[in-house]
Design a protein around this ligand. Structure first.
Ligand code: GLC
Length: 480
């Protein structure tokens, strides 16, 4: 059974968020377990030279977008034992950054078509294409409507929804002008309020749908979470499941993290990092420190922090923030820094190294997301011995165990309602334990260190889905 993993980003080549981490680690683990999986992504301008230099050109091919022909080159690179294909077309991908351009639909429909154009010409015709998010969600529809010239067998598809908020909604003319489809092709599977919705088409046309945590899979059936596609999700329940993401501990491990002053895997080592970093930031290492590493957008629950900032600061805690995002949240954190210079350290930036140092130096990791399909930061925080404070939603619910009053079990603090005061109550509880029962607090930190969310188990669940979907008569082999 051959799998092609299609993604618009992957660590370490190009990453904007959690999808990049997943794409950089799931195929790697499957490969390690003998699954014949390859992966494909665009050759972005921003991919570091160290990787570009090692890539080898395989050949040229043409992608037809209605009446236009786009010339492409195909490159490959073996990384972590995974064979990565890169589609090079400078008109679409020779630009800085990954997303956010006016011709986004065209760029990623091109990418999706390109995937279906090159493979049969070379040596790898997959049984299953594993698509991710709207950027590759047109593939199942294209396969059904236009076939897969060159592949002898039927190619099946799996679509993973990393976040349903981003759906790829565009005018109907996109279909004719880019894909060369006809008005008759705008069937109910992709029509959405008079426009076309690529995520919706992906959900209907794929053979199986997964999302990134069991709780989010259930949440998506409700209007509050479904972003207009909850009805679609209810329709496809029979072919949908939630599989929790794993984390690549070859990357996120305080024992091997080069950004840290002291490598560590225990409380003493954590304290040393806390002292070193907080002194450097002009803060007090003896005080309860709350870290946040987040995109500063509404979904991440920044509103709750905004609402409670005065009360939080009155608690005599310290707040360290790293992130970029919406203008009004950035302005808010600038204000916080100027009003509470001795209690806060705000970094409106994106930096993996700084993120590591904040995970290591914080006692609590605040992640009050309104919606969180899976979330990676809370899992990393655990590995760094930092107790997450989270809203009970999506993957936060599936990864954090709430610390009850009077109990010694648990590794974080969960509030059950998206409400600023509920969040504040949990922070107050944590602060009380930190101040009055330091030994008990340390027990929870130890339990955080022990939490394990590697990909070994989770990748088996994906393999199981591949087995369900694959109808070829080939010898499937088995995964270790
Ligand atoms: C998206 C989601 C996040 C998830 C990630 C990887 O970024 O918002 O919750 O962890 O995808 O699946």
């Amino acid at each position: 059974m051959k799998i092609l993993y299609a993604t618009s980003e992957a660590f370490p080549f190009a990453k904007s968020g959690g999808l990049g981490d997943v794409a950089g680690s799931l195929p790697k683990t499957l490969r390690k377990n003998n699954v014949d999986i390859r992966a494909v992504m665009p050759l972005y301008q921003d991919i570091p030279d160290e990787y570009k230099r090692k890539m080898k050109k395989i050949g040229d091919f043409t992608v037809q977008l209605n009446w236009r022909h786009q010339q492409c080159e195909l490159y490959y690179l073996k990384h972590d034992n995974v064979f990565w294909y890169f589609i090079k077309n400078d008109y679409y991908f020779g630009r800085p950054g990954l997303y956010g351009y006016f011709d986004e639909a065209e760029r990623f429909l091109f990418f999706s078509k390109a995937i279906l154009s090159f493979i049969p010409k070379y040596d790898f015709c997959p049984n299953i294409i594993h698509c991710n998010d709207w950027q590759t969600a047109a593939i199942p529809m294209l396969l059904k409507k236009q076939g897969y010239p060159g592949c002898a067998h039927q190619v099946k598809t799996v679509l993973t929804i990393h976040n349903i908020k981003y759906q790829g909604i565009y005018g109907v003319e996109t279909l004719y002008e880019i894909l060369g489809l006809y008005p008759a092709d705008i069937t109910s599977e992709l029509e959405f309020n008079g426009a076309i919705n690529i995520m919706k088409a992906g959900i209907y046309y794929s053979d199986y749908v997964t999302t990134v945590s069991p709780t989010y899979a259930k949440e998506l059936e409700h209007a509050y979470f479904g972003e207009g596609l909850d009805g679609v999700i209810r329709d496809v329940k029979w072919k949908m499941t939630g599989i929790l993401n794993g984390v690549d501990y070859d990357v996120f491990d305080p024992m091997i993290d080069k950004a840290l002053a002291f490598p560590y895997n225990d409380i003493e080592g954590k304290k040393k990092n806390k002292a070193a970093f907080l002194k450097e930031q002009g803060l007090d290492p003896s005080k309860l420190t709350i870290g946040m590493v987040s995109r500063l957008v509404e979904l991440k629950g920044i509103d709750l922090v905004q609402r409670m900032i005065e009360e939080l600061m009155a608690l005599d805690i310290q707040l360290v923030v790293l992130g970029t995002g919406d203008y009004h949240y950035e302005e808010f954190f600038k204000y916080v820094q100027s009003r509470y210079p001795d209690q806060t350290s705000i970094h409106l930036a994106f930096s993996n190294a700084l993120a590591s140092r904040i995970y290591a130096a914080s006692d609590l990791f605040l992640m009050p997301s309104r919606v969180e399909p899976c979330g990676l930061s809370q899992i990393i925080a655990l590995k760094y011995g930092t107790l997450p404070v989270v809203n009970r939603t999506g993957g936060l619910n599936d990864t954090i165990t709430h610390i009850e009053d009077g109990s010694d079990e648990g590794n974080g603090f969960i509030f059950n309602e998206y409400n600023a005061h509920r969040m504040f109550e949990q922070i107050k509880r944590a602060k009380r334990i930190y101040d009055e029962e330091p030994k008990r607090f340390e027990k929870f930190v130890k339990q955080a260190f022990l939490a394990n969310f590697d990909w070994e188990q989770q990748s088996k669940e994906y393999y199981h889905i591949y087995e369900i979907v694959d109808v070829s008569n080939e010898d499937k082999g088995s995964m270790l």
